[in-house]
Design a protein around this ligand. Structure first.
Ligand code: HAM
Length: 419
């Protein structure tokens, strides 16, 4: 029989390594809940159509989606991102606006696996639906910035662009297309073929052929309508006021099609350039309508948890996110096991972190397990203690002799020793 293995592009995080994950999620929740965002939990899979509506011409939807027909004949997709689900949930539930939510969870994209690029990866994100106010864009960008600082990613660069809106984008798109058509033969093979479908994508292409052509291409920022220009100016003024440094990057179009006006990315400079996008987002004022709701603006971001943790690790800050807190006590029972069962329950009910040995193991094996467990205290019950209704208590971190305590007093004694 062949050995069962995880699927390429997925990985396990074992208990010994998962404390930073918990720390990261707790930090994110603290930062965004402090600004009025509430947790939203949406399904991990949706009708394929939910994601097709966000942009059928994007690679994420065209090439990378995990989709299948379920037993009921529905065409389903594992979510490649969460924004579409949040918008779908908004349209379905119509909560009062503005509606601010945050999320955490897995996404699935059939990408070529490598360090920092996985087929199942995790994001944390926020979406603020219902206001076109540029100050909301500033709030969103600033919350991501604050989060990175809180988890210890200091080498992060904020890239900022505006993609215009329905008023100015079509004219810019036509201008760009005209320029690129004149250089078609010099573009990379993929973009020669897909130029007409989505010329803006070329701006984002990392291949040298396209990069060279893009250098001379017209820029959306030079062709914003007055309203988009004023919006962008207000976003920049807001970031300046909050002393958040950024770089205007006129080639930043991002991998999803729904963006209007503000787009931004956080680049983790500690990571290799191909996977240094540790987070990104922007405004999507046309998405709610495109998905069947009333015209409603929105803005948000998603941050890659896996990549952010790589950055935290490379920057030597994993410890800041917290280590496994360890056990308070380990119960060793060589009087038959009942004491271990009851004592463990009593201590856990008092909120203490307690483990014990099972399988009626020898005293020696149990004491070894207590030592290995990392617990502060060993609580020992042999036949004598069981008969007297007492527990032996020993600090595993020092050589102080074991002390005997009545079972009724054990919770207090443990709490005192831990204080
Ligand atoms: P995205 O740029 O596609 O945007 O993904 C956001 C982040 O998820 C990326 O910056 C990256 O850190 C992480 N990520 C993406 N793909 C992978 C992968 N294969 N492996 C590891 N990490 C990955 C969105 O998903 C939008 N929904 C963001 C948004 C929210 N825009 C508005 N609201």
């Amino acid at each position: 029989m062949s050995e069962l293995r995880h699927i390429p592009g997925t990985f396990d995080v074992l208990p010994a390594d998962s404390a930073p994950w918990e720390g990261l999620l707790a930090t994110f929740a603290r930062v965004v809940e402090g600004a009025g965002y509430g947790l939203i939990i949406t399904p991990t899979f949706e009708s394929l159509e939910v994601f097709q509506r966000v942009g059928a011409s994007t690679d994420v939807v065209r090439k990378e989606m995990y989709d299948f027909v379920d037993k009921g004949g529905r065409h389903i997709a594992l979510r490649p991102e969460v924004t579409a689900s949040v918008v779908r949930a908004y349209i379905e539930n119509r909560p009062p606006l503005p509606w601010k939510s945050w999320y955490a969870g897995s996404n699935f994209r059939y990408e070529k696996p490598q360090q920092g690029r996985y087929r199942e990866f995790r994001q944390v994100g926020i979406e603020a639906i219902g206001s076109p106010d540029a100050d909301l864009d500033v709030e969103v960008v600033a919350l991501g910035w604050e989060f990175y600082a809180a988890v210890g990613v200091s080498r992060v660069e904020l890239l900022l662009n505006s993609l215009g809106d329905g008023t100015c984008r079509p004219a810019y798109r036509a201008l760009l297309l005209e320029y690129l058509r004149a250089h078609r033969a010099e573009l990379c093979e993929e973009h020669q073929a897909r130029l007409e479908e989505n010329p803006l994508r070329v701006l984002d292409c990392k291949r040298p052929a396209c990069r060279h052509i893009v250098e001379g291409a017209p820029k959306q920022l030079d062709h914003l309508c007055d309203a988009c220009q004023a919006h962008f100016d207000r976003v920049r003024a807001g970031l300046d006021a909050l002393a958040i440094p950024y770089t205007v990057d006129t080639t930043l179009v991002r991998g999803l099609d729904y963006y209007t006006r503000t787009t931004f990315e956080y680049a983790g400079r500690a990571l290799k350039s191909a996977q240094n996008g540790i987070g990104g987002g922007g405004r999507y004022d046309g998405l709610v309508e495109a998905m069947g709701g009333p015209p409603t603006p929105g803005v948000g971001f998603a941050l890659g948890v896996d990549r952010t943790l790589l950055a935290v690790e490379i920057e030597g800050q994993l410890g800041r996110l917290g280590a496994w807190r360890g056990l308070d006590a380990f119960v060793v029972d060589f009087a038959g096991g009942e004491a271990a069962r009851d004592l463990t329950a009593r201590l856990r009910n008092a909120g203490l972190r307690v483990d014990r040995a099972f399988d009626g193991r020898s005293t020696k094996a149990q004491l070894r397990a207590a030592g290995r467990s990392g617990a502060r205290l060993a609580l020992v019950v042999g036949p004598d203690e069981a008969a007297r209704g007492t527990v032996g208590i020993k600090d595993l971190g020092c050589d102080d002799p074991q002390k005997e305590v009545a079972v009724e007093d054990i919770v207090e004694e443990v709490q005192n020793r831990l204080a």
